[in-house]
Design a protein around this ligand. Structure first.
Ligand code: ADP
Ligand code: MG
Length: 695
């Protein structure tokens, strides 16, 4: 399309200004999307889009006059709008003493002739909420002038500017660029097969609509199309790079013997969901392929990631390899261990748990068994990363809730797992992981369905008294309840004490019911007994620390009260409440919180509003700010012009899939139908990144 200076009205000086915005070509200009929009439509404007003090109207000039004053010149025009409001518009100009003849209002006088129709965009002069009929004009466009059509009377783009360029100019040049692109019949850059498959509007349509949308719906459509294009271009650039950096093949292979997998499946007591089958398939394919696996498994709380992971670990065990599952907290590690133990008992596959509170003698035994290879499966915390933990034959590492590990641990993890098959799991995918997927370092599997029979959990806030009342109501109906207290400083012993005190109090509040207590300081046999009693409905109310976060599955439990809910992370709250809603009854989760501020209230509101773990992760990030979550990477790496890694995660997933399809078909983009796409790819990435070589 050529350099920006080929547009009418853009000379070398203007071109310099555009360069400051990284706009070098007409294509760059077209892809410089509006920062926001104003609703300047005459009817039914969407006021939510506009700043509160903005006034937009089409008026008719009643009269206009220049008012002389001591040091300034004032021009006033009075207009009526469609509702017959009289609006007073004012302009000020400094008086020029050099050139008395010069009339700074000449243009205004020409435009504001009596009865002329004019679009006016201005600001209310006072900060009053009620309508103020005096405004300061920011932009105006005579209706009769042909170019008013793209400045007013429509959804109007507002651009990020640099000194010397105005929105008005931007719109003019953009209009120019669009017209010339449309006239030249620029080819769509999307590979036609992919555009067809996804049913997107054409590139020119999308560009037109993102700058000058006819409606908000059209705008969203265009944005989605351009987000896809943006993701696909970046994903392809990284995909090409990935195939060009030599990956080191692994020196081992997997055979699917099924001598463990088949009995495992038969002993589960339920069928895998279709989603689990699909994902297990993807993982097994990775394991059997020559390059090490690096796959992210995402799935909401309760979608059944654990047995997917265990299936992979059993495949490793069938092949005589060791595997390790690492969780971010001791409680999670313990819980995974209990689950694994239960599922592996019949298979006679040994499993152990290693954390920093594992007793020395026990630790010694585990380390020896890992070193001689007699322990095929181990579960633990970052204690597994210590240097004296040596495996004989470790081939597969599974990391649960990877984002909850600190940055330093992640580094260590990376170093330790570099040559292994790696499966990471998360219920709350964050941009970092999604971006890695985009960059091609990571493949993604998603569990899209929950096991059958799950019911939405009604969640709300209440005070202690109401909460206890609701618990009593459920238990009287024959249901069971959880009352959960937070961990204090991750210290199980202090938490155990706190929960013991509360437990004594609750016994006096509910004398008619059977209560039991569960916390991390209890011995394994004690814990197992408490859980078994609760599952058998020998007890009504289970008072617990978050040790119940995973692993407990009692369909008759229909209410969970979470005390001091403000102390929990959103992901934990979401995970915890997944313990109810597992049977045929409607279930509820009651959050009892000490409000320390509006932020904590807002966070809890998120949990009340949605049961979708992805949304919860997204809102959590918006509240906490991306910096905290993105870790050491520059947040600029994740800035997209049209796309939003969270909102558009489905589109992102499409782009990643389609990138793989595209490069499988045409690794160097040599086919003629990919020429336009390739040209844009090179234009975008070659100059900055020296990333890709498509020659
Ligand atoms: P998450 O994805 O949150 O880690 P889990 O792996 O802990 O979920 O699974 C949640 C619960 O669902 C567990 O009790 C597990 O036994 C059960 N579960 C997993 N898969 C299925 C299935 N296909 N059918 C029925 N229950 C299942
Ligand atoms: Mg889990």
């Amino acid at each position: 399309m050529g350099g920006i200076q080929y547009l009418k009205g853009i000379g070398p000086a203007k071109a310099k200004l555009f360069e400051r915005l990284e706009i070098f070509s007409v294509a760059d200009l077209l892809h410089y999307y509006p920062r926001t929009y104003q609703d300047r439509r005459e009817n039914a404007p969407n006021q939510g889009l506009n700043p509160p003090s903005l006034v937009v109207f089409k008026g008719r000039v009643l009269r206009a006059q220049t008012i002389p004053a001591r040091s300034v010149l004032i021009f006033k025009a009075f207009l009526t709008d469609a509702q017959n409001n009289q609006i007073e518009c004012t302009w000020f100009k400094r008086r020029s003493f050099r050139n008395f003849r010069f009339d700074p209002f000449a243009a205004l006088k020409k435009d504001f002739k009596i009865n002329a129709e004019i679009w006016v965009i201005g600001r209310r002069e006072s900060r009053n909420n009620f309508f103020d009929n005096k405004i300061t004009v920011e932009e105006y466009y005579p209706v009769a002038s042909p170019d008013s059509a793209w400045h007013a009377g429509r959804l109007t783009p507002i651009y990020g500017l640099t000194e010397g360029l105005t929105n008005k100019q931007f719109r003019q040049f953009m209009h120019e660029a669009l017209t010339s692109a449309e006239a030249q019949g620029e080819p769509d850059i999307l590979p036609p097969a992919l555009a067809d498959k996804r049913g997107f509007i054409s590139s020119t349509q999308a560009l037109h609509a993102i700058h000058f949308p006819a409606s908000l719906a059209e705008l969203e459509n265009a944005r989605a199309r351009l987000a896809y294009e943006e993701f696909l271009l970046l994903a392809t650039a990284w995909g090409v790079k990935r195939t060009q950096t030599k990956a080191v093949a692994k020196e081992y292979t997997y055979q699917i013997h099924k001598n463990l997998l088949t009995p495992f499946r038969q002993n589960l007591g339920f069928e895998f969901t279709n989603s689990q089958k699909k994902v297990i398939n993807e993982i097994f394919t990775d394991l059997q392929s020559p390059l090490p696996m690096n796959r992210l498994l995402q799935g909401d709380v309760g979608s059944g990631k654990t047995i997917v992971a265990l299936s992979a670990m059993l495949l490793a065990a069938e092949n005589g390899y060791q595997s390790a599952l690492m969780a971010p907290t001791e409680i999670l590690a313990e819980q995974h261990y209990l689950t694994f133990q239960k599922l592996l008992k019949k298979l006679k596959v040994p499993v152990a748990v290693l954390t920093s509170s594992t007793k020395t003698a026990e630790r010694k035994k585990i380390l020896a068994a890992l070193a001689d290879g007699s322990l095929p499966i181990v579960v633990g915390t970052h204690a597994l990363l210590q240097d004296d933990v040596q495996f004989r034959n470790l081939k597969l590492a599974v990391i649960d809730e990877q984002h909850r590990f600190g940055v330093r641990q992640r580094g260590k993890l990376k170093e330790k797992t570099a040559r292994l098959d790696l499966l990471t799991m998360t219920a709350t995918p964050i941009p970092r992981t999604l971006a890695l997927a985009l960059y091609g370092d990571l493949s993604v599997s998603t569990l899209t369905e929950l096991p059958p029979g799950r019911r939405p959990i009604q969640t709300r806030m209440a005070d202690e008294f109401q909460a206890n009342h609701l618990v009593a109501e459920e238990v009287q109906k024959g249901r069971q309840a959880y009352i959960v207290y937070p961990l204090i400083e991750e210290s199980e012993s202090i938490s155990a004490k706190a929960v013991t005190e509360e437990f004594e109090k609750l016994k006096t509040i509910f004398p008619q019911f059977k209560l039991a207590m569960l916390h991390g300081q209890m011995s394994r046999t004690e814990k197992e007994k408490v859980m078994a009693d609760f599952a058998a409905h020998k007890t009504d109310i289970l008072v617990a620390t978050p040790v119940i976060e995973v692993g407990i599955d009692v369909p008759n439990a229909t209410i969970m009260v979470i005390e001091n809910a403000e102390r929990f992370g959103l992901a934990s709250l979401h995970q915890l409440r997944g313990r109810v809603g597992r049977g045929q009854y409607d279930s509820q989760c009651i959050l009892v919180a000490q409000h320390k501020g509006s932020l904590s209230r807002e966070r809890l509101n998120i949990i009340c509003e949605t049961c979708d773990g992805f949304k919860i992760g997204q809102r959590d990030m918006q509240l906490r700010g991306p910096g905290e979550i993105l870790g050491t990477r520059q947040s600029g790496d994740f800035e997209f012009k049209a796309g939003d890694l969270f909102k558009d995660r489905n589109i992102l997933q499409w782009a990643i899939e389609d990138r793989d399809e595209l490069l499988a078909d045409d690794p160097l983009l040599q086919k003629p139908q990919h020429a336009a796409f390739k040209a844009r790819l090179l234009e975008l990435y070659q100059k900055n990144w020296h990333l890709i070589d498509l020659s």
